[in-house]
Design a protein around this ligand. Structure first.
Ligand code: HEC
Length: 213
C-alpha cells in the first residue's frame, strides 16, 4: 500500500504522464487530472478540423458532391434514358407492327408469357380470366379484369393495350371498383410491354385475328 506514489494536489496536471489530484472536494469526492495522451488529442483536434474541410470540399469548393445531389442527377439520367427508350420504341410502333411483327414472333410471345406469369397473375390469374382457382372446382375473383372475355375497357386495338399497360388506368377513370392498373412503364422497358401485349394478343385469336396468320 505504502508503495503507491504520493499524488500531488494541483489545479491541473502539467506534463506528460503526470497525475494530480485537484484541490476541490464535494461530498467527499475528489477529482484526478491527467494530461491527455497525444493520440487522443490528435483524434480530437482532427475531428474538429475534419468538419470545416468537409464543408469546404462538399458545399463550397465543389471538389465533392453531396449524396443527395449525386442521386438526384443519376435519377434524372435514368429518367431521360427511359424516356428516350420509349420514344425510340414509339417511333416505329403501331397496330400493324404489333400485329404483323411482334405478335407473330413466337419468342416475343414466350417472353411475354414469362413476364406475365411473374408480374400479372396476382390480379389477372394464371389463365388470364381474373380468377384464382381454389383447386376444388371453385374459384375466387381477383382485382384485375379478365383478359380473355373479349371485352377491352380502354380500347381493343393492340396500341390501346400497350398504352394501358404502359401508363396504367387513366387518371380520369375510377378504375375497376376502385382498383387501378399500375403504370408498368415505370418499372419495365418498352420491349417488355410489347412482349406482354403480344402474349395477350396470342391468347385472344378472335379479337386479334391479324396477329395469327
Ligand atoms: C395489383 C393488381 C394488378 C396487377 C398485378 C396487374 N393488373 Fe392489369 N389490371 C388491374 C386492374 C384493377 C385493372 C382494371 C383497371 C381499370 O378498370 O381501370 C387492370 C386492367 C388491365 C388490362 C385491361 C383489361 C381490359 O379488359 O380492358 C390489361 C390489358 C392489363 N390489366 C394487363 C396487365 C398486365 C400485362 C399486367 C402485368 C404486367 C397486369 N395487368 C398486372 C390490376 C392489376
Amino acid at each position: 500500500m505504502s508503495s503507491e506514489p504520493e499524488i500531488k494536489v494541483a489545479s491541473y496536471a502539467d506534463g506528460k504522464s503526470k497525475i494530480v489530484i485537484r484541490p476541490h472536494e464535494y461530498d467527499g469526492i475528489q477529482e484526478y487530472d491527467q494530461t491527455l495522451p497525444n493520440w487522443w488529442l490528435f483524434i480530437f483536434y482532427g475531428a474538429i478540423l475534419f468538419f470545416p474541410l468537409c464543408w469546404l470540399a462538399y458545399y463550397q469548393l465543389g471538389f465533392m458532391r453531396p449524396d443527395e445531389e449525386v442521386i438526384t442527377q443519376k435519377m434524372a439520367q435514368i429518367e431521360m434514358a427511359k424516356a428516350k427508350d420509349l420514344q425510340d420504341m414509339m417511333a416505329h410502333l403501331d397496330n400493324s407492327v404489333l400485329n404483323d411483327k411482334w405478335a407473330k414472333d413466337a419468342t416475343v410471345v414466350a417472353n411475354g408469357r414469362e413476364t406475365y406469369m411473374a408480374n400479372c397473375t396476382a390480379c389477372h390469374g394464371q389463365n388470364l380470366d381474373a380468377k384464382m382457382d381454389l383447386g376444388n372446382g371453385q374459384s375466387v375473383p381477383l382485382p384485375g379484369l379478365s383478359l380473355v372475355d373479349g371485352q377491352w375497357k380502354y380500347g381493343s386495338q393492340p396500341m390501346d393495350l400497350f398504352k394501358l399497360i404502359n401508363l396504367g388506368t387513366p387518371p380520369e377513370s375510377a378504375g375497376n371498383n376502385g382498383a387501378r392498373m399500375a403504370p408498368w412503364g415505370q418499372q419495365m422497358a418498352p420491349i417488355k410491354i410489347v412482349e406482354l401485349v403480344s402474349f395477350i394478343m396470342s391468347q385472344n385469336p378472335k379479337d386479334f385475328p391479324d396477329a395469327h396468320n
